[in-house]
Every structure is written in C-alpha cells, then in structure tokens.
Design a protein. Structure first.
Length: 587
DNA sequence: GCCGTTTTCGGCCCGACTGTTTTCAGTCG
C-alpha cells in the first residue's frame, strides 16, 4: 500500500495537536504544523521524497522530522506518535475543535474533571463543574455551551460566494455611515480561498465608538461575540462570523495588509522587517533603534511593500508560497482580469440537463460582451443528465449550424460535447462522431470509487485520445459535500501538457476544480487553462468572475487561459489537437 | 524543532478581547 500524501499530512497535524495539548514549546508545534502545510503544496511523490531522503532538502524539514517521516514511510507507523496517543484519550482531539476552547483548557478539563469528549464537556458546563474551576466562571461555561451549539448547528465553513454575499451585505451597511472613510473586505475572502470560516472587514474612521455600536446593532446580527473599541465580532443570521477592525485612516494600509493575511505571509513579512531593522504590525511599519520606534508612513499597501524592498504583491498571492521571494527581484506578472475573458466553452442546453436553448445562451453571452461560445451537452452515458445519443448529438450539430446563420456580428459558435470518460478510459462516442465536432471536452461522471491508479490511467488514456481538447472538473469534488476522487493530478497534468490538452478551472462555486494550488506548476509545464462555469442556466455565467479570482490566485495571466484568446486562436488550438479520423472501411 | 549576510545557540510575529482577576492567562487571527 503506497504512502499517500494525506496520510503524512494527517500524521504531522496530529502530532502538532497532541503537542499543543501537552503544552509543548510553541515553536516545536509550529515546526510540525508547518511541515504538514509544506507537504500540501510540495510536488512529486511524497513516499519517494521521504525514502530518498530528499525531504531533508526542503526548508522546514530538519533532522527530527526527516527521521520520523522515514520511520513512518518504512514501517507504516511511528513510535513517537503512538507514545503521544497513549498519553491522552483520542477524543480530546474533538474537544480541541470547540471554538474558544484551546489546548490549555482541554488539558485542565481532562486533568481536573476527567473530561474526554464534547458531550462530557457540555454536561460539566451544565452542572456547574466548569464554573467552579479556578479562573473560570459562569460566563466561561455559558460561552462554551454556545460554541458547541453553534459548532453543531452551523457548517464550520461557508462557500466563497455565500460568505462574500454575507460580508458584502454588512460592508454595504457600514459604508453608508458618514463616519466610515474607507472600508474593505479583507481576510481569506480578499485572498480568494475556496471556503472560509469568517469574514474580516477593515475600516477607517475618526469615530470608532459610533461605527462599532452600529456594527453590533445591525439587523442581520444574531450574536455579538466581542464588542471592543478597535475590534468587534458578530455572528450574522445564517451562522457566519463577521469581524470588524477599526483604525485611524493613516493606519488603514497597515491594517488592511495585516488582516488580509494569510497568516504565513504575515509571519514572513514580519521576519523580513525584523531583519531589516524594522517592525510591522496592523498598527504600522516602524524603524526600530533600541527602544525608539519611528513610524514609516505608507499611503497604501504598495508603499508598504516598497518600504520592505518588495514589489507589490496582489492579495490573491499572499500565502507565503514563493510570492515574497518573487517580489524581491521582479514585478508580479500581470494576472488575468475579468476584462480579458472573451468566451465560455462549457455549457449545457435543454437538450441534456441545462435549461436554455442555444439561441438564449448565445444572446446572453453576447450581451455580456463575449465573442464566442462553446455548446457542450452531456454524452450518452450520462443518463442521469439526459445525455445525447449519436442521433441527438448530430441533430444538435444541425441546430448549431442553423443558429450560425443568425449570430451577432463577429460572434463565433463552437460545437462541442462534454464526453464521458468511461470506466476503461474509452470515450463515449466513436471517433467518427467526435471528429465532426469543433471540440471535445472529456470528463468523469461515473465510477468515482476506482483506485487512484485506475482512475489516473483512465483519465490519462482519455487525454491521449486524438479528439480530446479539454479535461473538465479534473477531481470531481463537490466542496463541503463530496471529496475528490482518488487521482494523481501531477501525472494528469503531465499528460495534459504532453498531449496539449487544456485543463478546466470549473468555476462553479461548489467545484472550483482543479484547485488553485495546482495551477502555478501546471502553467509552468505548458498546460492551458480554461475557465468555465459549466453553465446549466443563464445565471451560472456569473460564476466566471469567481473563476478569474481563483485563477489569479493560481498565478495565471490572460495568455495562460484559453477563454482569453480570440476565437481564431481558440479554433486553431482545437484544430491542432483534433486529428482527422482514420478512413472507415464501411464508407 | 528549525535555522543562520548578526548567530551552530538563542532566537523564533504581534496585538485585541474576554473573563476572571486586580495584573494576567487563554484564545484567536
């Protein structure tokens, strides 16, 4: 049984968690947590990386981590972790997940009250045992019960568009106040993370008291968690937490930068400042000289970066995944914008499971300023989606041909299909049928439980088919609902590059697939990206904006994205891929 | 536990809010 990346990540994360509960040195804990995080992004076969010893060359993996990972990769277990597990009941890891309950409390509850589970914690809060502990009180017990209640009733995470909509609603109310000078949504929403726990708003004002009072009194407030002078925190109806930070307008760029994060980006920025004899926080950038601190004024985030010897780093890239090193020597490449988008290449009509006619889709796309559109209904194996058999597909081809006679001037309509990749990697139509189309998208809609090896082979075989032009939603994940199927995406990316097949960034907010973390490397290997909402109705075109944001996060520029090319170049890309079918003996 | 253009030892990012204290620990981001 090969060692999966996820097993190693889970291992390191679990160790970090136990060390926290034990009350270990926080830097030791961070070493394990950072190791897990680094592995998430590291390319290549993790088992190979460990067994070859190359893992030791990766920053953050020192002697201790290398030894432990080697033991785990060789024997399948780790004595160090077993020993940690033996010290505490495993269910304490669950208790750690309760908001406002951290390692110190977990440890005390366990040692003093023998609490090992969330249920036992609730009981102890209710019967007064928690309140009776030194340093605790009735409020603490009540707060813990509330946290558990919220954790159980609300989803822990919110999808990007839901979270942003909730944040926008609050932001709009606050912007309407004359006391608010500047306000922005910061945090993970500004960085385009696929899902988020809360929203962070940053605003500048001369009158924090009034603004805060208004914030905690908004009609959408369900619970006020904190109400301070510079920071307050509410839970809005629907369950999402929204934090507001208020600063003086001169401090706004520092606060905006700080609360945009991400955490690791900030840590790296502060270390950098220290090395340069400066100090940076949400309250400013200071030159330090002994106890003397002199503020270095910055009018915006760009000047903050400049003061630290860096080119500007767009928010989407701030994850400490190489962007700081990049910005030391070069300007950030021009990332794709919404204005670059010229046409959508994956949508469904009412012939399969969409709700619109070809004409309506064309009119809508044209109305949005698009210059072309690709029609791609499901193929025959997708019974659940009313997939088209050969006869219906050819009939649709005729309809597209007819529709082309009355297209808006300069608009191009591509005839395609979203063709199922069958269990064995074969495509869902004969080559002669596929060859009649302008382009073919291939994707998996069945047998999600195949082994990683079989699924990878299956998809790669489809990419090697001469008609395949694009791989749609490469992992099949449905965020917060269904995990990705097991697949070696790095191998798939290599195959896509070798065969010049585009990979989709499916910007349906439930999919956002292939994940942003892979695009930087995929682009470097020459893979072309195609941003598509996989539209089933007209409103789905709105998802394109999300796709642009997430592809910016993946470091992509307009030239890397098929949909930003003009129709002629797109057609050329499809044609280059498509090869004429071998003459059939029957004809 | 990791790391090194101050360092192989001694650092490691910084601050707000809450609850329980009466100066601070815990938690969060």
């Amino acid at each position: 049984m090969p060692l999966a990346r996820k097993d190693v990540i889970d291992l390191l994360e679990e160790i970090a968690m136990w060390l926290e509960i034990k009350g270990e040195n926080s830097f030791k804990i961070r070493a394990y947590a950072n190791g897990a995080r680094t592995l998430q992004m590291l390319e290549g076969d993790v088992e190979e990386l460990i067994l070859s010893g190359d893992i030791g060359k990766v920053k953050g993996f020192g002697k201790a981590l290398v030894e432990k990972l080697t033991e785990f990769a060789t024997t399948g277990k780790l004595d160090y972790l077993e020993a940690l597990r033996a010290e505490f009941p495993e269910s304490l890891l669950e208790v750690m997940k309760v908001p406002n309950v951290g390692p110190k409390k977990v440890q005390r509850f366990y040692k003093e009250l023998e609490i090992t589970s969330i249920d036992e914690l609730v009981a102890a809060c209710e019967d007064g045992r928690i309140a009776a502990m030194s340093g605790m009180g009735a409020k603490t017990a009540g707060k813990i019960i509330d946290s558990i209640e919220r954790m159980r009733t609300n989803a822990a995470f919110f999808l990007f568009p839901d979270a942003r909509a909730a944040a926008e609603a609050v932001a709009e109310e606050l912007r309407a106040l004359r006391q608010v000078k500047r306000l922005e949504i910061a945090g993970s929403l500004r960085r385009y993370k696929t899902h988020t726990k809360d929203a962070d708003l940053i605003a500048s004002t001369d009158d924090p008291e009034t603004v805060m009072a208004h914030f905690v009194g908004l009609p959408q407030v369900d619970i006020v968690q904190e109400h301070g002078q510079t920071k307050s925190s509410i839970v809005v109806k629907g369950g999402m937490q929204v934090d507001l930070r208020l600063v003086d307008d001169a401090m706004y760029p520092f606060a905006l930068h700080h609360f945009t994060g991400g955490k690791e980006h900030n840590v790296a920025m502060r270390s950098r400042a220290l090395k340069m004899g400066m100090k940076v926080s949400e309250w400013g950038l200071f030159r330090t000289d002994g106890d003397e601190e002199t503020l270095i004024p910055c009018t915006d985030e760009a000047s903050l970066y400049e003061a630290l010897g860096l080119h500007y780093i767009p928010p989407e890239l701030r994850e400490n995944l190489g962007e700081i090193e990049f910005a030391e020597s070069a300007e950030c490449p021009p990332l794709v914008t919404e204005d670059d988008y010229r046409g959508m290449l994956h949508c469904h009509t009412h012939a399969s499971d969409g709700s619109e006619s070809i004409e309506n889709l064309v009119a809508h796309a044209h109305g949005l300023g698009h210059r072309y559109l690709g029609i791609t209904d499901h193929s025959k194996s997708s019974f659940q989606a009313n997939g088209l058999d050969e006869e219906r597909l050819l009939d649709q081809l005729g309809q597209i041909e007819a529709a082309r006679k009355s297209l808006p001037k300069g608009f191009t309509l591509f005839a395609g299909v979203e063709c199922d990749i069958r269990v064995d990697g074969e495509l869902d139509y004969e080559d002669e049928i596929l060859a009649q189309l302008d382009f073919v998208i291939v994707s998996v809609h069945s047998a999600f439980t195949q082994s990683r090896e079989d699924m990878t082979k299956r998809v790669i075989k489809a990419l090697e088919h001469p008609s395949a032009c694009m791989l749609a939603h490469p992992t099949g994940r449905v965020l917060l609902q269904r995990d990705a199927y097991a697949i070696d995406l790095h191998a798939v990316i290599d195959a896509a590059a070798a065969n010049n097949v585009a990979i989709e960034f499916n910007c349906n907010p439930l999919r956002l697939d292939m994940d942003w973390t892979f695009w930087h490397k995929a682009r470097d290997k020459g893979v072309v990206c195609s941003i598509n909402p996989d539209a089933h109705r007209l409103s789905n075109f709105d998802f394109i904006e999300l796709g642009i944001g997430f592809c910016r996060k993946g470091w992509l520029a307009a030239e890397d994205i098929l949909n930003c090319w003009d129709a002629k170049k797109v057609a050329k890309f499809f044609k280059a891929r498509k090869q004429p079918p071998k003459p059939s003996a029957a004809k």
